[in-house]
Design a binder for this molecule. Structure first.
Ligand SMILES: [Fe+2]
Length: 231
């Protein structure tokens, strides 16, 4: 009963977000696919338009579809007091909900070159990177090495540890969001290293994808998050 009240209260607070659609009388919200802030082909040649379209329309949409389905099943199970099903649904909620959360960040982490993609951060984030990693080049090398070494599918992140006010590089497996590595971690940049993010263009050469993605990374977005979270 406590879980049910908590979920209802939490979802109701998200009512202003256009990505949510009310479902049923209890105020449970489902998700819809967010628009990309640029055209599918706008990141070429670093990332092909074909990859971007499939990644957004098929992969991200599938996470949302399955997350919504799991939420509806959770709603029904809670109404019935079916604890076994509530527990059973947790892994689907984590995987598909994480897929939605991570990809929503990822689209904002990218920008066409003519809109500032690849331009290094100015201001406080640039200083913080030099302080914590030595230089931007050292950070890129570290993230590329950890992203290339990640076994299977997952993400490599530049995050802010709000508690210690320091930058960190972390990897997460599958669709685990960065917060699963620490509750005080805020994602600034997340690079998707699932094969679906690069295989059509780069085949099995993940390091080449990692090398080129920096040409279209949106440091303006990362700087805005950093300055908001670490004023
Ligand atoms: Fe992906």
């Amino acid at each position: 009963m406590a879980l049910r009240s908590l979920l209802t209260r939490k979802t109701l607070t998200l009512g202003g977000n256009p990505q949510f659609i009310a479902l049923g009388l209890r105020g449970l919200k489902t998700f819809t696919l967010p628009d990309l802030p640029y055209d599918y082909g706008a990141l070429e040649p670093a990332i092909s338009g074909e990859i971007m379209q499939l990644h957004h329309q098929k992969h991200h949409q599938t996470y949302i579809t399955n997350y919504n389905k799991a939420l509806e099943q959770l709603d029904q199970a809670m109404n019935k007091g079916d604890a076994s099903t509530v527990v059973k649904l947790q892994s689907a909620i984590k995987f598909n909900g994480g897929g939605h959360v991570n990809h929503s960040i990822f689209w904002n982490n990218l920008a066409p070159i003519h809109e500032g993609g690849g331009e290094p951060p100015k201001g406080s984030l640039g200083w913080a990177i030099d302080t914590h990693f030595g230089s931007m080049e050292a950070l890129i090398q570290k993230m590329n090495a950890e992203g290339a070494a990640l076994q299977g599918s997952g993400w490599v992140w530049l995050g802010l540890d709000k508690e210690f006010k320091k930058l960190v590089v972390e990897t997460t497996a599958n669709q685990d969001p960065l917060v699963t590595k620490g509750t005080s971690l805020v994602p600034l940049l997340g690079i998707d290293v699932w094969e679906h993010a690069y295989y059509l263009q780069y085949k099995n050469v993940r390091p080449d994808y990692l090398k080129n993605i920096w040409k279209v990374l949106n440091w303006k977005y990362a700087s805005e998050v950093y300055e908001k979270e670490c004023p």
